[in-house]
Every structure is written in C-alpha cells, then in structure tokens.
Design a protein around this ligand. Sequence first.
Ligand SMILES: *Cc1c(COP(=O)(O)O)cnc(C)c1O
Length: 393
Amino acid sequence: MKYSVDENGYYGKFGGAYIPEMLYPNVEELKENYLSIIGSSDFKEEFDKLLRDYVGRPTPLFLAERLSQKYEAQIYLKREDLCHTGAHKVNNTIGQIILAKKLGKQKIIAETGAGQHGVATATVCALMGMECIVYMGKIDMERQRPNVERMRILGARVVPATSGSQTLKDATNEAMRHWINHPTDTHYIIGSVVGPHPYPDMVAKFQSVISEEIMNQLEAATGSPYPDYILACVGGGSNAAGAFYHFMDNEKVNLVAVEAAGHGVGSGESAATTALGKPGVLHGSKTLLMQTKDGQVVEPYSISAGLDYPGIGPIHAHLFDTGRVQFLNATDEEAMNAGIELSRQEGIIPAIESAHAFVALQKLDLTPNDTVVINLSGRGDKDLETYIQWGKY
Ligand SMILES: *Cc1c(COP(=O)(O)O)cnc(C)c1O
C-alpha cells in the first residue's frame, strides 16, 4: 500500500523511532514481534471475539436523513460513539492488551491527558486481570476528576506527573521513565497513532476495523463500498487513521481531516497542527508539531480535551505532505454549534472532538449525489459539563 509505513518505520519524511538508548530493547522487542503476533490466527480470533462481544462491534453505519436533507448529500454516520466506554479508543487498547499478553507481559502502563485513553486502558486491564498504572499530569487530574475516579473504580493506579507544566507531555515522560525501569514485565499502551515506530502502524492497524466495516456496510446500503468523502477529526489521528485506512489507495475517495482551531488559527490558542506546525520530533517520532522559532513545543488549546495535542501522528504528517488528505480546521464555536445541531437534527449528542468533523459539512462543496461518511468518534456524555458551560442551546 502506497501510504503504509516502510521497514524503517517511516511514512515519507515522517516517523521513525527517536528514543533514548535505554528504551531500545523494549521498542525493538515490539518491532520484531508485532506483525507476526497480530497476523496470527490466534490473535485475530481473540481480537474479533472481544470486539464483537465486549465492545459491541460492528458499530452501525447510520443514514442521517435530516442532516442529509439539510446539507444536500447522502450523509452516513459511523457510530463509534456506541462502542463500550463511549469512543473508538477501546479498539486499540483491546488490541494492545492481547498483544501484551502474547509477549508475556503482566503489567500495563499508559499516559493520559484528558483521561479518555486512561479509562480505555483501565477498562481492558480489568477485563484481563492485569495491573494498570496510568500517568496523568497533576493539573489534568484536577481538570478531569470524573475520569480519574473512573480509572480508580476500574482498579487502576493513577500517578500524578508533577514536573514541568504537569500535563500530557510530562505524563508521557513519566511513563517512558517507568518503562525504561521495568522493561521485561511491562507493556506501554500508547493511545493514538503517535510515538516511536511501531506504535503508529500498530494503532492504525487496530483502528482499521472502522474502515473495514464501513466498506461492508456501505456496499450493503448503496451497492458500492466507496463513499465520495470520509470525514474525521484529528487529535493524534487514530480515529481518522482507522476510518481512512482501507480507502487510502483509492484516490477517488476524498479523505478530509478536521483539526481543532480553538479560538482561531491565528489566535495563539489552537491545536491546528498542519496549519501552524513545522517538522520536529515529538514523543519519539518525526512529525509536524507546533513549536516556537527555537523549537520549543507550543502549548496547544482546544475546547475539546481529546484534540488538545501539539502534534499529529507521522502518518497524517505524510498524508498532509502528499496532499492525499485535505486538512480543514474548526473553531471551538463552530464545533459547539455543530454538536448542538447534530443533537437537534438526529438525537445524537456527540463528543466535542467528533463535533469538529461535522463542521466540514459547511466547508465542502457537496452535491446531492455525494455519499459522505462521518466518523462519529465518541459520545458526548463526558462533555456534558462543557455543553452546560457553553450554554447556547
Ligand atoms: C481521544 C479522542 C479523539 C482524538 O484522538 P484521535 O487519536 O485523533 O482519534 C477523538 N474523538 C474522541 C471521542 C476521543 O475520545
């Protein structure tokens, strides 16, 4: 496949494994084994079974009739919001914990910003009876208290990262340090298509179940497995990578990614990486990231915690660089309005991350014959407080 990772872990100019030497053995062990493990019939059987019986897959592909009427196109929603735990993230944590077991690991560590990946990790650790430690910035723990308590109810230990800005970046550093000190018994579950090779490829493969299902469901609904457009929001890029995966080589399918513009791309408070970013190294891979002239990472901002990330996965940097994916962005205001519109038009309150993808409907030049699939990455329950604070409904 044209947009796949190469044997050195690169997508064009982006990717690789930029890690401290102390981490080589851990990452090397993964790199040597991940393809044979996830390609084995044993793995596939367990993964498919859990996706079906535990996560609730296949998630429906829903023809949104009122939205279709309004935007004059055939609009389908891929309902990842109906996954157990409320978003697509669990597809990846299920895949990684089965892989960890097959590698003989007994303990799991993870980092989390808003807590969504931490919850998805704590969930599968409870399911598998594995010890779970989640690193989280001390400030994020205060901001995201319900998710901290969810993880604790599920039996995970949440460890505050107290260095630096006490947010995601610092939690990642703490998790890396833990992994260096416990290389043999511990697996590190990364939550998006980010991190050193092979993580981006591994996470994209686990999430690719989304596009595999879209193809089957769309063919059953319309007679063709190929839509004209696929829309997805991008934080690190895992739900987008999953929704795009099986369509990347078919250039007739327009792939559209929507980033968070926060208060506006030029406002100094956004997370619109492709609009503002330059090549650099973030979390172990070469990618596009928002940085100052002297290479300091710029604090990102978005009203949605899951898009509040200063970079994008290397696969997306490459898809942007080659022009294969069109990148748009949506402000807080546009996303909140789109979230409320979806609630009113279809009776679905989306995660605010997912609401960003719906803003693209207004920015694309759609015609009535176009088939559009929007990846509805998560449900809005976790964002109720943000909707209430927003108030304009
Ligand atoms: C975490 C999250 C995202 C952003 O992560 P990606 O890796 O870009 O998919 C998007 N939507 C929801 C609902 C999330 O929880």
